[in-house]
Design a protein around this ligand. Sequence first.
Ligand SMILES: NC(=O)c1ccc[n+]([C@@H]2O[C@H](COP(=O)([O-])OP(=O)(O)OC[C@H]3O[C@@H](n4cnc5c(N)ncnc54)[C@H](O)[C@@H]3O)[C@@H](O)[C@H]2O)c1
Ligand SMILES: C[N+](C)(C)CCCC=O
Length: 579
Amino acid sequence: MLRPPSRQGEPERWAGPRAPSRPGGHACACPPGWGGARRPEVKGPGGSGALRLCRLVSPHGEQSLPWGFPSPPLPLTPSRRLAMSSVTGTVTIHQPLNYRAGARVQPADGGQAEDVYEPATGRVITKLLSSGEKEVDLAVQSAKAAFKIWSQMSGMERSRVLLEAARIIREQREEIATLETINNGKSIFEARVDIDISWQCLEYYAGLAGSLAGEHIQLPGGSFGYTRREPLGVCAGIGAWNYPFQVACWKAAPALACGNAMVFKPSPFTPLTVVRLAEIFTEAGVPKGLFNVVQGGAATGQFLCHHPDVAKISFTGSVPTGIKIMGMAAKGIKPVTLELGGKSPLIIFSDCALENAVNGALMANFLTQGEVCCNGTRVFVERKILDVFTKEVVKRTQKIKIGDPLLEDTRMGALINRPHLDRVQGFIKQAKEQGAEVLCGGDLYVPDDPKLKNGYYMQPCVLGNCTDDMTCVKEEIFGPVMSILPFDTEEEVVERANNTKFGLAGGVFTRDIQKAHRVVAALKAGMCFINNYNISPVELPFGGYKASGFGRENGRAAMEYYSQLKTVCVEMGDVESVF
Ligand SMILES: NC(=O)c1ccc[n+]([C@@H]2O[C@H](COP(=O)([O-])OP(=O)(O)OC[C@H]3O[C@@H](n4cnc5c(N)ncnc54)[C@H](O)[C@@H]3O)[C@@H](O)[C@H]2O)c1
Ligand SMILES: C[N+](C)(C)CCCC=O
């Protein structure tokens, strides 16, 4: 009997609330007809979106997957065996981390070696060789060759390959999630959700690949025009370190569905899992070279952005780097998607369902150790419920289980690295100096387990007595730090919520539906939530307003950013010349 690994003897259980029953009595989003005698035990909420895991164990106890899809027993492959036996502090990676023309390779040049850390222990897990100009060029040429084949295939043919890639990711979920946890520091619980969102993204765009179409336009005298949606060519993807595998899938899935090739550069802090994605694409049947990985930091990124054969840049990262990317794209007149940072507002009205609002505030601030672009870190609370809300948020924050991210019951792992941890600590120190009150957390956390002593842990922090002019309220901290801000009226809170250079996300908790829609309509942000926060159904477009960037990932909208429109004008009569 195969089961997902449980560590320290803990049974794998999702202790979250159950989803409301659907018609037919099934308590999750299982496909109709899946139930009866084979109905699985539901271990969590159903539905679509991050953390809406409907964790299932079939009557045979073999597997758990979200959304209620039954899955066959997994083969005990060597890599799955490795994942199941992986323990924090033991994994070292020796394989090459560049991927080109369908294989792992050492970079042809560059070669400057940098340490890559396991955040949970502070241990070096591999040495990263950065890619120079020659290696970047080889990767782009490899993508260019594969593009010729891939772009000529029909959408349905591409769809089949993407579906196969999604299937392989599902099959290898545990290995990929384990590697992500080891490299990023987030809890295995969350890493599994990230991997689930990733394969769903591939499935979603596989579904859209066959529908990429133009239109037919009637013209006088039987003449007509038509439009074709064509791929752009070789797209560059540049990723951040907080969602390494998921960010790569959010870019690769629509790009490949539209017929493009891609060269992807992950963050040098998290180079590992995207190479697995490249291998999976090859195994699924993409032409060799369609998806390549180059490694390194700013210099490698610049070679990629400036490369004349790169047709589009899709970037996820900070605002300062986004500005540089846009500059490089401007020089080459290349379209660009910018998914940048944020300082998003979460507005809690006094007529909210309090428990949901508290849950929402925790979801908006503490996923992935608070290192989430769209986090609702400015929590505006209507003064009437400020005390009761704050008390409950603090109580729940103090209960968050911090520690070894590979343990099943851990809900907060380690921050990405020492400099980032120091930076977050610096924001808290400054907040105190500016008059904020630390209501809980904020200190470094040292786990009892000796192997974790050098990891980058801190206690999640709630700040009270905050005002809009404090640095902690104005700047993106990118760590587990929530600022609570009282408000009195709807008009006032909307104005204060919008008083920021950022515009990535926003949320509102209220039982008043008119007020909810009125407020989100007034928020200057690309991704708004009503009565929830930080779920990410792949069907919904995601992206920012203002300094948080432009272009969209996910949803049908992303297809527009990975394709270009050609118009064809067809004359059915004779040419009337004016000459
Ligand atoms: N909007 C979103 O979808 C989203 C998602 C995740 C993270 N983010 C943002 O990312 C930031 C954190 O990520 P980060 O620290 O990795 O960001 P970063 O800007 O430091 O780096 C992002 C990527 O850009 C590369 N890079 C750096 N300088 C470059 C240059 N001059 N030319 C080309 N590439 C260059 C890095 O190596 C890395 O791969 C936060 O601000 C966060 O909000 C946004
Ligand atoms: C999956 N989340 C939680 C919506 C995060 C998206 C990527 C932002 O950092």
